[in-house]
Design a protein around this ligand. Structure first.
Ligand code: IMP
Length: 169
């Protein structure tokens, strides 16, 4: 498989530090429930929470929607949260927002559980592919429609362990 590097380890670390600083400022005096969307966001979440200087609780929700490089459009919960989200400041952490269908699904599901606030942070975003209603409050990097792997992102469950992000050519 041919790939082209897009963001190396130091570029990712620098951007996550900035996101952490921004989130720390925005939630000053508040505590946060960070909800990491598995599997893709597990590495990003681990790095991001270490840059947020506020009391943070971390939970995970497991979703599956992609097969190969195509969104199936059907989002399936593979494991639900354990934390209660009613009255909490929830920050959803995603690896990448492509069509945004996953995000709309999550927003609808979370809104029913009455959080105090609900925001979204995604490491990557593909604005040209967006079809969603839900805004993304914090974005690491915007990219075009290319398919990317590494730093948590997979192609058929492979390459998540790469420390950098690369485009599949
Ligand atoms: P959406 O519902 O179309 O926004 O798809 C979001 C999910 O699809 C992400 O959380 C990823 O798991 C997956 N995804 C979308 N684009 C890519 C990509 O370029 N590489 C790897 N996974 C992707």
């Amino acid at each position: 498989m041919k790939t082209r590097p897009l963001f190396d380890e130091s570029a990712i670390a620098k951007r996550i530090k900035e996101l952490g600083e921004q989130i720390t400022r925005d939630y000053a005096g508040e505590s946060l429930l960070v909800v990491s969307v598995l599997k893709g966001a597990f590495i990003f979440t681990a790095d991001l929470v270490r840059q947020i200087k506020a009391p943070v609780e971390i939970d995970f929700i497991g979703l599956a929607s992609y097969e190969g490089t195509q969104s199936t459009g059907h989002v399936r919960i593979t494991s639900d949260l354990s934390a209660k989200i009613e009255g909490r400041n929830v920050l959803l952490v995603e690896d990448i927002v492509d069509t945004g269908k996953t995000l709309d699904f999550l927003r609808d599901m979370f809104s029913l559980r009455n959080p105090k606030s609900l925001r979204v942070c995604s490491l990557l975003s593909k604005p040209e592919a967006h079809q969603m209603r839900t805004p993304v409050d914090y974005v690491g990097f915007e990219i075009t429609r290319e398919f990317v792997i590494g730093y948590g992102l997979d192609l058929d469950q492979r390459y998540r362990e790469l420390p950098y992000i690369a485009q599949v050519l």
